[in-house]
Design a protein around this ligand. Structure first.
Ligand SMILES: [Zn+2]
Length: 255
């Protein structure tokens, strides 16, 4: 059993063959997947999909790429839905844009506050922006939990994330041949703080690099982690599934 903790199945890429994608995921042992919202319409779609498929859960949030034309006002209604297990993805991205950092920060902090109020975990996106996101979270240390999804920062930042009480989400890049720093992060981080994910349809693992990603490919991420840590894939699957169930309360909310 494996949980894909991060998939954008609510994008047009999965419009035509979602049922086949989910059937393939189950064949690979991926029994649960969290569908990630990024803006109001994608958030509604994520909840709708979670309603229609037992194996799917929803996360609702406003992505840093959407902060100029979206607000967080709708989230306070959506977080009450029983399919919603997290807030996000949210965070800060300084790869695409630097000029609206103040807006990114404000919208991120609004979602941190909502996580504190609701007790829901945060799913955090950072890109070239770990220090900025960390600074937003630090005042809330001990009152909020979550995951830095598709972690791409270095070992020092991984330690800061763990010190905040956050999990580290590992995605397809761990399977790439030159992922030296990520390999170090995986090796040095206790398995009880790792989650596995795909970020479908993006960031497909080797040997599907450049193609559409899908939840079943989480097995390749788990396999890479097992190789780095010198343990079995079953152990990685068992522990990361346990971690995901603990953090997101999967199963309890929906049924
Ligand atoms: Zn994502």
């Amino acid at each position: 059993m494996i949980v894909d903790t991060h998939a954008h199945l609510n994008t047009p890429d999965f419009h035509d063959d979602l049922d086949e994608v989910l059937a393939r995921a189950r064949q690979f042992g991926v029994t649960k997947t969290i569908v990630i919202g990024m803006n109001e319409s994608a958030n509604h779609q994520a909840i709708e999909m979670a309603r229609n498929h037992d194996m799917l859960f929803a996360s609702v949030g406003v992505h840093p790429a959407d902060v100029d034309h979206e607000t967080t006002a709708h989230l306070k209604h959506l977080v009450r839905e029983k399919e919603v297990v997290a807030i996000g993805e949210c965070g800060i991205d300084l790869y695409w844009r630097k000029d609206n950092l103040d807006t990114q920060r404000r919208v991120f902090i609004e979602q941190i506050e909502l996580a504190v109020q609701t007790g829901l975990p945060l799913i955090i996106h950072t890109r070239n922006s770990f220090p900025e996101a960390y600074a937003c979270l630090l005042p809330y240390r001990g009152r909020v939990k979550g995951v830095f999804h598709c972690f791409s920062a270095g070992l020092d930042d991984a330690r800061r994330a763990l010190d905040l009480g956050f999990h580290i989400g590992i995605g397809g890049p761990v399977t790439f041949p030159k992922s030296y720093e990520l390999t170090r992060v995986v090796r040095e981080t206790d398995l009880s703080w790792l989650l596995v994910e795909t970020d479908s349809p993006y960031l497909a693992p080797h040997p599907y690099r450049g193609k559409r990603n899908e939840p079943g490919y989480t097995i390749h991420v788990a396999t890479a982690i097992a190789a780095i840590k010198g343990i079995s894939v079953e152990e990685v699957a068992r522990q990361t599934t346990h971690n995901a169930h603990q953090l997101f309360q999967l199963g309890g909310n929906k049924t």
